[in-house]
Design a protein around this ligand. Structure first.
Ligand code: HEM
Length: 495
C-alpha cells in the first residue's frame, strides 16, 4: 500500500499541479485587487452616511415636496446635514446622489469639472436643449464653444451692449408699462429678457409667437420624458421642432449673406462678424468649419433657456427686497438719480455709468444670496472620487447647492436678514455662488448683470411702484418663481 502510494504520489501531484497553480494565481490576483492578502492592505472604501430610501424613488418625493415650497434648504438639506454632516448620500430620481455643502466642496467639485465630474442634466433637458448645446460638451469642444460666447461679452462687446440694452428696456417700458396701473412684473421681465437675449446678444429679431414657442419648450425641460400626446414633454418636443425649423432658416439665410459679403470683400473663411452679434460669431465659426449647424441651433436654444427665467426671477426678487426695505430703496434710488443727473437730456447710459451702480449691484447680490435663481446643479462622478474620507463611486450624482454657503451663519452673519452692506467688501471664492464656479461658471454673467442694472435704472427713475402682494409666496417648478407673477401697481414719476 505504502509502495503503491510512493508510485502514485508523483502521478497524483502532477495531476493536481495545475489546480494548485490556479489556486495560487487566484490568491495573487485577489491580493492585487483588494490588498487583503500578503499584508499589503488597500484603504477600505466608505460611502458617505445617509439614507437611500426605497428602490428608484429614494427620497425624491421629500425633495420635490421641499422644492415646491422653495424650502429645499430648510426641509431637505438642513435636517440631513444635522444628522449626517455636510456630505451625505441619498437617492433622487433613480440616481444614487451625494449632497455636498460648503466652500471647500464647491471648490473641489466645481473646479474638477471634466477631471473627476461632468455636469449632468435630466434626459428631458438634454433632448429639448439638444445634444449639441454647450451643457452637453466636454473638454476642448466645451472650451471652443464657450470662447465664441465669451468674445461677444468681452469688454468691447459690453461697451456696445449697454446702449442696445437701454433701447430694449426703454422700448419695453413704453410698450408694456406706460398707460398701465398694474402689471405682472415677472411676466414683464420675462418678456424683456427674451428680447434682450435675441435682439441684444444674438442679433435675431423677435417675431410674434416666438416667446410662446420657447416657453412651451422650457415647460418640458424638467418634465418626465414621456411622450404621450398632450403631456408637457410631448408639447415641448413639438415646440422644439418648430423652433429648430425657424432657427435653421435664420442660420442658413445669415450664412449665405455672410458668405456673399466675404466673396465681395475677397479672402476666404467667412466674415461679417463686425456687428459683434453672437449669432454672426457662431455662423462665422460654422463657415470656418469649426462648429456644425446643429451646434449653432442648439446653443441658441440653450442661451434662451439659461437667460430667461434666471434673470427675470433675479429682477423680481430685487424689487421684492426693495419693497420690503424702504431705506435700501431710497439709497438705490439716490444712486440712479445722481447718474441720471450726470447725463445730458437724451444721452444714453454707458458701461462706465453701470460701474457707478455699486449699491444696486450690492442689493442684487444680497437678493440672489437669499433667492438664488438656480439653487445648485448636478454633476456625475466619472471616476471613483475620494473626498473627506468617503468614496463617491463612479456613476453616482453629486448635487452642490448655493444654500450650503449662502445661508451659513459662520460665513454670512445673521444669514436670513437682508443686508446689502455684506457685499461692500469682496467675499472669498466659492462662498457666494449664484453663478456657479469653475469651467462651467455662468457664461452670461455679464449680460445678466447689465440687464438687471439697466432695467433697475429705468424702472426706479421713470416709475413709482408698489407690490400688490407684499408677501407673495415663492414656489419652484423646478426653477423658482413668484406664485402670482408678482403684480405691481405703477404710476409714472411726476418729478
Ligand atoms: C441672474 C441670472 C443668471 C443666473 C443666476 C445664472 C446662473 C448660472 C449657473 C449657476 C450656471 C452654472 C450651472 C452649473 O454649474 O451646472 C450657469 C451656467 C450658464 N449660464 Fe447662466 N445664469 C444667469 C443668466 C445667464 C444669462 C443671461 C446667460 C446668457 C445669455 C447665461 C448663460 C449660461 C450658460 C451658457 C451656462 C452654461 C455654461 C457652461 O456650461 O459652460 N446665464 N448660469
Amino acid at each position: 500500500m505504502a509502495l503503491e502510494m510512493n508510485l502514485y504520489l508523483p502521478l497524483i501531484l502532477s495531476a493536481l499541479m495545475p489546480i494548485i497553480l490556479l489556486y495560487f494565481i487566484s490568491l495573487i490576483h485577489k491580493n492585487n485587487n483588494n490588498g487583503s492578502y500578503f499584508g499589503k492592505k488597500k484603504k477600505k472604501k466608505i460611502l458617505p452616511p445617509g439614507e437611500m430610501g426605497l428602490p428608484w424613488i429614494g427620497e425624491t418625493l421629500e425633495f420635490y415636496r421641499a422644492q415646491k415650497k422653495n424650502r429645499i434648504f430648510e426641509e431637505f438639506i438642513q435636517p440631513r446635514t444635522a444628522k449626517h454632516g455636510a456630505i451625505f448620500k441619498t437617492r433622487l430620481m433613480g440616481s444614487p446622489t451625494v449632497l455636498v455643502s460648503g466652500a471647500a466642496a464647491n471648490r473641489f467639485f466645481l473646479s474638477n469639472e471634466f477631471k473627476l465630474v461632468v455636469s449632468s442634466w435630466p434626459s428631458s433637458s438634454v433632448q429639448l436643449m439638444g445634444r449639441n448645446s454647450i451643457m452637453e460638451k466636454q473638454g476642448d469642444r466645451h472650451r471652443s464653444i464657450r470662447a465664441v460666447i465669451a468674445t461677444s461679452l468681452n469688454s468691447a462687446g459690453l461697451e456696445k451692449l449697454v446702449p442696445k440694452l437701454c433701447s430694449s428696456v426703454e422700448d419695453h417700458l413704453k410698450t408694456h408699462w406706460v398707460g398701465k396701473d398694474t402689471l405682472s412684473l415677472y411676466r414683464s421681465t420675462k418678456l424683456l429678457t427674451f428680447s434682450v437675449v435675441f435682439e441684444c446678444l444674438l442679433g435675431i429679431k423677435v417675431e410674434d409667437g416666438m416667446l410662446e414657442m420657447f416657453e412651451r419648450v422650457l415647460e418640458g425641460v424638467f418634465a418626465p420624458p414621456v411622450e404621450f400626446p398632450g403631456s408637457k414633454f410631448w408639447r415641448a418636443k413639438r415646440a422644439r421642432t418648430q423652433i429648430e425649423k425657424m432657427l435653421v432658416e435664420i442660420v442658413r439665410k445669415r450664412k449665405n449673406e455672410m458668405e456673399l459679403e466675404q466673396n465681395i470683400k475677397g479672402g476666404g473663411g467667412g466674415g461679417g462678424e463686425e456687428d459683434g452679434m453672437l449669432l454672426s460669431r457662431l455662423i462665422a465659426s460654422l463657415i470656418r468649419g469649426e462648429i456644425s449647424e446643429e451646434e449653432v441651433v442648439d446653443n441658441v436654444v440653450l442661451l434662451v433657456f439659461a437667460a430667461h427665467d434666471t434673470t427675470s426671477f433675479a429682477i423680481a426678487m430685487v424689487c421684492r427686497a426693495l419693497a420690503h426695505h424702504p431705506n435700501c430703496y431710497q439709497h438705490l434710488l439716490q444712486e440712479h438719480v445722481e447718474i441720471m443727473g450726470s447725463k445730458k437730456p437724451g444721452e444714453t447710459l454707458t458701461l462706465d455709468d453701470t460701474q457707478k451702480m455699486k449699491y444696486t449691484w450690492q442689493v442684487t447680490r444680497e437678493s440672489m444670496r437669499l433667492f438664488p435663481p438656480i439653487f445648485g446643479s448636478f454633476r456625475k462622478a466619472i471616476v471613483d472620487i475620494d473626498y473627506q474620507g468617503f468614496t463617491i463611486p463612479k456613476g453616482w450624482k453629486i448635487l452642490w447647492t448655493t444654500y450650503g454657503t449662502h445661508l451659513d451663519e459662520d460665513i454670512f452673519k445673521d444669514p436670513l436678514s437682508f443686508d446689502p452692506s455684506r457685499f461692500e467688501e469682496p467675499v472669498p471664492p466659492y462662498v457666494y455662488v449664484p453663478f456657479g464656479g469653475g469651467p462651467r461658471m455662468c457664461a452670461g454673467y455679464q449680460l445678466a448683470r447689465l440687464n438687471i442694472l439697466v432695467f433697475m435704472h429705468f424702472m426706479v427713475t421713470r416709475f413709482d411702484w408698489s407690490l400688490v402682494h407684499p408677501d407673495e409666496p415663492i414656489t419652484m417648478d423646478p426653477l423658482p418663481f413668484p406664485c402670482y407673477g408678482m403684480p405691481i401697481n405703477i404710476s409714472p414719476k411726476t418729478s
